[in-house]
Design a protein around this ligand. Sequence first.
Ligand code: SF4
Length: 246
Amino acid sequence: MKAGCSLEDSCPPEKFRRFRQQHPDHIALTYINCSAEVKALSDIIVTSSSAETIIGQIPPEQKIIFGPDRHLGGYMNRKFGRDMLLWPGVCIVHEAFSETELLKLIAQHPGAPVAAHPECPPHIIDHADMVGSTSAILKFAKETTSDTVIIATEPHIIHQMEKAVPEKTFIGAPGADGNCACNICPYMALNTLEKLYVALRDLTPQIHLEEEVMNGARRSLTRMLDMTGGKATYGDLGPMDLMHGG
Ligand code: SF4
């Protein structure tokens, strides 16, 4: 039950609601790493792989709040030349990468491309040869002709890469002192195979959400699925009931 997320922690629903009330002409696009309550207060949910498709459909004159990850939002602002208002949350894992240590690693492995997740801060993204979601990074790892790749995201993904292409070498981008474990997510590390087994066996712990929260979160999630699955464009969604997430 303690396996949370620093992005979720950084965005308490009541503060997010007040922030929305201060900007009544903005719609809220919210990264999926947030609580169900914040999803219910949002208009459209995005993932790191769907954010570009969704933002690309929204007219430039429409003002947007992007939360809770300011680095992902900042990356999208730069990519689309937008000025989305950014909630000041970060992922502690991606925040921990060191530019100095990354530059040392690049010097040690000349020619090895750097693949970075857009939750990384700009000083890491600036050195990346590709920027993309976890699944996009995995695809890049398989398809690149380089036999060594530097990976700037939560390092557990490297196991998937080593299974998929065992003949290649994947090197995790370093944290502040070059060999600390500060870029391993402490929350995800709380999930173990034993706990998963017990949860499936005993169907516990259980999380119960209020109907209103479920309906609100479902609405913003469904909009994302419709906009990325070809069922609807932004223009089809109609006016949104701003400040109340939909
Ligand atoms: S790596 Fe951990 S802290 Fe960062 S977004 Fe994922 S769950 Fe949250």
